[in-house]
Write a protein that binds this ligand. Sequence first.
Ligand code: SF4
Ligand code: SF4
Length: 433
Amino acid sequence: MDILFSSLNYLVYSALAVFFLFVSLNSFRDGYTRAGRVAGLFSLLPALICFFFHGWSFFHLTGPVFLLILISVPIAGFRDKLLLPERRFDERDISFSRYRLKPGSENYTSYYGKNPEKEESDKRTRALPGLLAEKSRYFHRLNSVAADARFFLLNQLRNSVDGPVAKETGNNSTREIADYLYSTAIDDSVSIYGTASLKPEHCYSHVGRGAGQYGEEITVNHRYAIVLGSEMKPRITATAPMSPEVVETGRRYVDCAVWAVQTASFIRSLGYSARAHIDGNYQVIPPFVADEAGLGGFGWSNLFLTEKFGPRVRYSVVTTDLELPLPNKRKKIDFLSFCSICRKCATCCPSRAINPDSLEKLDSDRCFMYWNAVGTDCGKCLAVCPMGHPWGILKTLALRSMPAAWLLKKLDDLFYGKKPGSLPLPGWMETEK
Ligand code: SF4
Ligand code: SF4
């Protein structure tokens, strides 16, 4: 029996050393040098413990007991408390759409006639310097122009989301086409790929800023959707809310827009209707479709989180009538249980748009106002989220077990800081403003 415990004990300590080494190497790779150094030191800890305590009579029990504690208490279910929309969102209500309303115009008068409570705060937002603007707090000329260039390309792509459908469907089965699409996505380095059945509540109800007449009712007749996600680089995201963040946002929106426009065009050429939904021209709300596809779940920040990248992903969607294989009913990932002991996004949010005490809807107006003051899309809630850090298997455990969740939060605070500052701009961005 002692041999069994002693072998298991040394196995646990060796696994801990390997784990911290893995975290250290990945943290250095992602540009988190502080976390890399601390994790490197922690990787030596198991060897030191074994060296000092191996003669202690209960020592062989410590590893198995640690393992048992780590997986013993399942985390409380929080998922049911997340309110997915009961009715469709109106795109006219989102901050971006309201921001574009021209004072005195017919749309302006009509919108604020129905929503007078929003007019004053929207006026204050319009009075701020604005995204990428010269007078904004984190303005950086080259980064601002670089981000603008990416949004220029996105703007061109916005006109290519739909097109004519080939008359013939050809000999390929829908299964063959779907498999081909999946393999192409992997080959194109798409970070997140999923398929879902499309439901009315995944779609906006009326046009606010996308293609079509402002206020027009949106009808999406497609039954299927493909979700395409592009991971934002951790090193750049960690500069948030400074200017590199918005350049990275633009880059990732372009990535997934290109994938979506190509995918939709490919499907249409094979005789099935398809439309790409890309930044600035959505008829669907990508996080809802990603949730339906079982790719992750919502976090306290109201952002959509995946187990691999946390919130550091930008999405596009392709809707289609091509029949797609849907994932088997997977148990959806419950991030909110971990969030209930974490709430780091709320603590670190510079505009206090995320309520630390209750899982209420994010105050998106407050967040958007902050963007227009600093000139970037902030992204602090993406940068600090432990689910976006390279914790590997500990993330998987933390989403299922309470002691593991507690341990992950403590380690994340220790390695990255309770309120992490922004990483400096990469050297090649350090230019005269
Ligand atoms: S920072 Fe913490 S609380 Fe916020 S979304 Fe991420 S895991 Fe949840
Ligand atoms: S909610 Fe908005 S202001 Fe707050 S951290 Fe996230 S992006 Fe920044």
